[in-house]
Design a protein around this ligand. Structure first.
Ligand code: NDP
Length: 281
């Protein structure tokens, strides 16, 4: 029977150590969450982040602003938060409305407050194998992998999806952990054959039940990043869980796998930042 890599349970397990790190700080970690507009899916993510930060005793600046905010106004807000000494981490909930160039705005966040790990400086440091802030979802996937019995060092890993927020940083982290990594995307040929060689499969595609159990090597470890809302309201991942389960050694469920770990790693990144800024990291 495959091991379920439970992100909720792991988040709880990591809680006490994180709380003691928060308690050891001179002042609470400060997190600013900027949310533009009223997209219900984004609002759910933002509220979960705010609630988790509140439970950990963070200082928060929660900025929900109008969807028609101009880029200049948003950049001014980022500049204000960059200069606010009580703030250790700045997060801008994606996606952003059409009038905003996400790259320009994300690049304006001070790299040492970039708790999402999207700034080119932090991406560059990761690519050089000396990570500072690592994208939260990829960091969460590595923590889940550590829960499985798989030895990442020397393993063959296939990452499906090459987005800047998930697939690319995941491939870099696996490579840093000495896996041999194949990064796949929409132009990849013979994807099922590549997946069949892999000890570790990470799916970050955004297509419901895309990866079939029949593609998997017996005993593979499967990390399903996908969150896909079906017409009936149900949530499924990018992996066909039912057909994958009998073939794999371990798999993340959706929901309850990678999702909770993304928020947990945002909290870790913010505490890391607070420690560094208070000379403790
Ligand atoms: P993107 O849309 O940015 O990237 C999707 C990637 O999948 C692209 O690289 C694309 O290739 C690739 N792709 C698309 N179709 C195929 C195909 N047929 N075969 C192989 N590769 C394909 O998505 P994200 O990375 O932002 O998100 C991926 C999924 O993860 C989504 O379901 C999202 O909701 C979920 N997610 C979950 C998080 C969590 O906390 N659990 C956090 C972030 C995202 P190409 O580059 O060629 O277009």
């Amino acid at each position: 029977m495959a091991q379920l890599l439970d992100g909720r349970a792991l988040s709880c397990q990591l809680g006490p150590a994180l709380r003691s790190r928060v308690a050891a700080l001179h002042r609470p970690p400060g997190l600013a969450v900027i949310h533009l507009g009223d997209d219900p899916a984004s609002a759910i993510y933002v509220n979960s982040k705010r609630k988790r930060a509140a439970r950990l005793g963070f200082f928060q600046r929660s900025l929900t602003i109008s969807a028609d905010t101009t880029q200049a106004d948003l950049l001014a807000l980022v500049a204000d938060l960059n200069g606010d000494d009580a703030i250790d981490g700045i997060l801008i909930q994606l996606p952003l409305p059409a009038q905003i160039d996400a790259t320009t705005v994300l690049d304006a966040i001070r790299p040492d407050k970039d708790v999402d790990g999207f700034h080119p400086r932090n991406v560059g440091l990761l690519s050089q194998g000396r990570p500072r802030f690592v994208a939260c979802t990829a960091r969460g996937c590595m923590a889940l992998l550590a829960q499985s019995q798989v030895a990442v060092c020397g393993a063959s890993a296939v990452v499906i999806g090459r987005s800047n927020i998930v697939g690319r940083p995941m491939a870099m982290l696996l490579e840093k952990a000495n896996a041999t990594v194949t990064l796949c995307h929409s132009r990849t040929r013979d994807l099922p054959d590549l997946v069949a060689q892999a000890d570790i499969v990470v799916a970050a595609v955004g297509r419901p039940r895309f990866v079939q159990g029949s593609w998997l090597k017996q005993g593979a470890v499967v990390i399903d990043v996908g969150i896909n809302r079906l017409e009936d309201g149900g949530l499924v991942g990018d992996v066909d869980f039912a057909s994958a389960l009998p073939r794999c050694a371990a798999i993340t469920p959706v929901p309850g796998g990678v999702g909770p770990m993304t928020i947990t790693m945002l909290m870790h990144n913010t505490v890391d930042s607070a420690e560094r800024r208070q000379g403790r990291g």
